[in-house]
Design a binder for this molecule. Structure first.
Ligand SMILES: [Zn+2]
Length: 206
């Protein structure tokens, strides 16, 4: 998500770039046993080891690179059953490698925090946290630009009409065509790739 239009009252004055209070779950409290990660210390260590091994294996300045890359690759191929042609160890592959190792060890649930059932949320507030529902900003006649890269916050003044809002977007460097389409759609992604060019947020509506 990237940009969105909210129709708010003309006198709506929530501070710019501050996440709207209705979007923040007040019951969030991280599990003290796993620090909110949902994993045990052993799992965090294992992931770090895998990550470092992988970085080392793909780092051209590491003298042991080829040996390590070969070793890890062979282990991966042997355990995962993936075709031999797979050389690059993507994150998803190290994840499946880990799952396979745990399966072989007969420890399918190893590494998961039992205190929070691997959710990372304090068990005492979990029911309230999950029952909470977000509250949208008040509705009105005005047009306002919001960023939705975070939970959501306003980033422009409130405009009384569609036309003044489009004019404002044009002064912010967007093409009129993109601004008009954006007002019709009501939202725009963070960025889009088209014909080899990167179009940022509202401009991707062109
Ligand atoms: Zn936990």
């Amino acid at each position: 998500m990237g940009r969105e239009i909210y129709r708010v009252p003309l006198d709506f004055n929530w501070p710019l770039r501050k996440v709207w209070q209705g979007f923040l779950n007040p019951y969030w409290k991280q599990c003290a046993h796993c620090g909110g990660t949902g994993a045990t210390a052993g799992d965090r260590w294992f992931n770090k080891w895998l990550e470092e091994f992988q970085i080392s294996a793909t780092n051209p300045t590491d003298a042991n690179r080829n040996a390590r890359a070969k070793e890890l690759h062979e282990l991966f191929v042997a355990l995962s059953g993936e075709p031999k042609g797979v050389v690059l160890l993507e994150w998803g592959q190290t994840f499946s490698l880990k799952q396979k190792l745990l399966e072989i060890a007969g420890l399918p649930g190893w590494g998961r925090c039992t205190a929070c059932d691997s959710t990372g949320i304090d068990a005492a507030v979990k029911a309230k946290y999950e029952a909470w529902e977000e509250e949208l900003p008040p509705e009105g006649e005005g047009y306002q630009l919001w960023e939705t890269v975070s939970e959501g916050s306003p980033i422009s003044p409130v405009f009384p009409t569609k036309e003044t809002f489009v004019d404002y977007l044009v002064t912010q460097g967007y093409s009129r065509e993109a601004a008009l389409n954006f007002v019709e759609h009501g939202w725009a992604p963070t960025m889009m790739m088209r014909d080899g060019k990167i179009l940022n947020d509202i401009e991707s509506c062109r």
